[in-house]
Design a protein around this ligand. Structure first.
Ligand code: SF4
Ligand code: FES
Length: 273
């Protein structure tokens, strides 16, 4: 294993540069060091102007995403030694692909947050119980139905891995669609029709071409690609059902089905494919 590794780090200051450049820094390779440790070492001992985001240092906050040798990674969960072991003596670190750069390795995530909101990531109820009736209880089995999708830490690695996001910045993207499924599959929620009305369009669930890179890079095993395929199946099923419905059927019911939750008609548009 190499004793030192050269980090080639993208530097960009939009006020002073028209495009990013790279600067090289040599750092020691300690067995327990992750890429974030190397960045902190550079900032502490070589260049205090290096700018990057991080907070928890334990794969929880989702803020330290960056490209490491061309792959979207969490800097706090990517060991330097795994590269040095393979004889790599240089490591290229860049900001996450497909996001506007604020400075050096820091990207702008405002548009991403807006996409999450489009998935209506909250429990939607058509009928509320009175407070006196107590909580909405859930069995462990019902929790299991959506738990995997609730593990997302909004690190945006799946957006940097998704070629559809690269081609169409309007595509709502993997994490937002997995988030919609997280609520659709929650036994306390009655909003699946409303979400489907908002997401069944070419920039929504139909934008995904099932490349699967989102699932491969996700550090929390959320499996956004699987969530999207499930969602597509549900939408296709209800579209086909609508073709078999008798004339005069309520158009929203025909498009989204009357058995998506116990909610009655949804509130959105009627686009299904
Ligand atoms: S789905 Fe995975 S990769 Fe995408 S934002 Fe959530 S945790 Fe990150
Ligand atoms: S610093 Fe929080 S996930 Fe890496």
């Amino acid at each position: 294993m190499a004793n030192n590794i050269v980090m080639e780090i993208a530097r960009y200051s939009p006020e002073h540069q028209s495009e990013p450049t790279f600067e090289s820094y040599e750092v020691p390779v300690h067995k327990e060091w992750v890429v974030l440790d190397a960045l902190n070492h550079i900032k502490d001992t070589q260049d205090g102007t290096l700018t990057y985001r991080w907070s928890c240092r334990m794969g929880i906050c989702g803020s330290c995403g960056m490209m490491v040798n061309g792959e979207p990674k969490l800097a706090c969960a990517t060991f330097l030694s795994s590269y040095a072991k393979n004889g790599t003596s240089r490591l290229r670190v860049e900001p996450l692909r497909y996001f506007p750069i604020v400075r050096d390795l820091v990207v702008e995530v405002g548009q991403f947050v807006g996409k999450l909101k489009k998935a209506k990531p909250w429990l939607i109820r058509q009928e509320e119980k009175p407070l006196s009736a107590g909580e909405y209880l859930q069995t462990p089995q019902q929790l299991d139905d959506y738990k995997q999708y609730s593990m997302c830490i909004n690190c945006t690695l799946c957006y940097a891995a998704c070629p559809v996001v690269g081609l169409d910045p309007g595509f709502i993207g993997p994490a937002a669609l997995a988030l919609a499924q997280r609520y659709n599959k929650d036994s306390r929620d009655q909003g699946s029709q409303e979400r489907l009305a908002a997401l069944a369009h070419p920039d929504g669930i139909w934008g995904c071409t099932f490349v699967g890179e989102c699932t491969r890079v996700c550090p929390k095993h959320v499996d956004p690609a699987g969530a999207i395929q499930q969602y597509k199946l549900t939408a296709a099923f209800h579209y086909l059902k609508s073709l078999l419905m008798p004339r005069g059927q309520n158009i929203e019911e025909a498009t989204y089905g009357s058995d998506l939750g116990s909610t009655g008609p949804g509130t959105g548009n009627t686009t299904a494919a």
